[in-house]
Design a protein around this ligand. Structure first.
Ligand code: ADP
Ligand code: ASP
Ligand code: MG
Length: 406
């Protein structure tokens, strides 16, 4: 008997028929002789609606109350799925995050899981009851409900799998696995049988929303075997696993994009020591994460242009922080641009092969796409380009690296 955590995302529990479909899948897993705990998201669209309600009432809402609101979507689906399982003659019960509890830190709206007390859940599972846990939510140190950031049910599932020492964590979603790039944008995207934790971590953190980044971090740390598969068709998905389980290693294994970036250029900043610290220090103090940075060559030796990216959601805050310090920073103008996208190519093979970045630059040049900012790491190259070119760039790069399905 294997112990399996099954997680179902928003589309998979999008209406009552789909919830019944999920119940049948859970039943089939139980009938294979396995012990099952289930994690579910809110029905698709519900969390967006709840977030929107908060913003309509107050743009600068209290994050603790935001969590009280947005966590409710999952409470509905755990109850409905438990009822659907009971309808199929199975013993099942729902678990809210606070009922276990799933303990998190106090960063409301983007909390991190610190521990999960599985005592009660395990006692129930040992009696043959199926546990249905709400994803995305936990209990903060202030004894109030917390949520884990958008897409957080993936992390709930992997954390539960680690806490239960499960044999596998199956993430059921609306695509049948992890692809070389988003299959909704590139029709020729190829499904991968396996991908390493490291590559998936890069893909996720660079924008591939198929798994929340923290869920991959957690899987890597606790060596949880994660499989991503479809809740609508019966076929094996993609396994996220250790590098030594993968025989054939690709030079480039995937391409990701993120529309969540915005670019800021400070025109004519003084070119002297301490300026970068004076700019990026206050941004960090105000919780604005800066990602890519370029500083142009100074023409007159006195001033230079500095360009960097921040999350789109942080753009207004970043502008305010910089405008409040305009005299002190002595720049001439601030030029914001949110119509940008970050496109990244990722692959373990890059560690030992040169030329991956060059191919990227050349391919984009051939399509007439201008590169605004570049950043690299050991296993990825990212470029910032105008958002209008997203599809064109993804398709061209996908072909250039030989990733197209034959
Ligand atoms: P869920 O609601 O089940 O959590 P998500 O919408 O969060 O589902 O994640 C699934 C989506 O991720 C897919 O519909 C797909 O458009 C997108 N996606 C982005 N990059 C990839 C990729 N490389 N492979 C598969 N799906 C991807
Ligand atoms: N319902 C939450 C969201 O939409 C969590 C999740 O789906 O993973 O972000
Ligand atoms: Mg998701």
């Amino acid at each position: 008997m294997a112990r399996i955590v099954m997680k179902f995302g928003g589309t998979s529990v999008g209406d009552c028929d789909r919830i019944k479909n999920v119940a049948r899948r859970v039943k089939a897993e139980v009938e294979r002789g396995n012990e099952v705990a289930v994690v579910v998201s809110a029905m698709s669209g519900v969390t967006n609606q709840l977030v929107d309600y908060c913003k309509q009432i107050s743009p600068l809402y209290d994050p603790r109350e935001y969590d009280a609101v947005v966590s409710t979507g999952e409470q509905v689906t755990i109850g409905l799925l438990a009822i659907a399982l009971q309808e199929l003659g199975l013993d099942a019960r729902s678990w809210c995050g606070w009922q276990l509890p799933v303990r998190t830190d106090g960063a409301h709206g983007k909390a991190r899981i610190e521990s999960i007390d599985t005592t009660g859940m395990l006692a129930a599972m040992n009696k043959g009851q199926i546990a249905v846990m709400a994803g995305f939510q936990g209990l903060g140190p202030d004894s109030r409900i917390s949520t884990l950031g958008r897409g957080g049910s993936d992390t709930s599932a992997v954390a539960l799998a680690a806490a239960l020492h499960a044999d596998r964590c199956d993430i059921y979603t609306d695509v049948d696995g992890i692809y070389t790039t988003d299959p909704r944008i590139v029709a020729k995207a190829r499904k991968l049988d396996k991908i390493t934790y490291e590559e998936m971590l890069e893909l996720a953190s660079l924008g591939a929303k198929v798994l929340q980044t923290r869920s991959v971090e957690m899987a890597m740390k606790h060596r949880v075997r994660v499989q991503v598969l479809s809740s609508f068709v019966d076929m094996p998905g993609t396994l996220v696993c250790d590098e030594d389980e993968i025989v054939e290693k690709e030079l480039v294994s995937g391409i990701a994009y993120s529309r969540d970036e915005a670019k800021i250029t400070l025109v004519k900043v003084a070119d002297r020591p301490g300026v970068a610290a004076a700019i990026f220090g206050p941004l960090a103090d105000n919780n604005v994460n800066v990602d890519m940075i370029v500083q142009n060559v100074s023409e007159d030796g006195k001033s230079t242009d500095l360009t960097f990216t921040v999350g789109k959601a942080d753009l207004d805050r970043a502008i305010k922080v910089l405008e409040d310090r305009k005299t002190e920073l002595a720049y001439e103008r601030l030029v914001p641009d949110s119509d940008v996208v970050k496109v990244s190519v990722i692959g373990m093979g890059m560690r030992s092969h040169a030329g991956v970045a060059q191919k990227m630059f050349q391919t984009l040049a051939e399509k007439g796409i201008n590169i605004l900012v570049i950043s690299t790491s050991e296993i990825k190259v990212s470029v910032l380009i105008a958002e209008d070119y997203t599809e064109l760039a993804l398709r061209a790069l996908h072909s250039a690296y030989g990733l197209d399905v034959q």
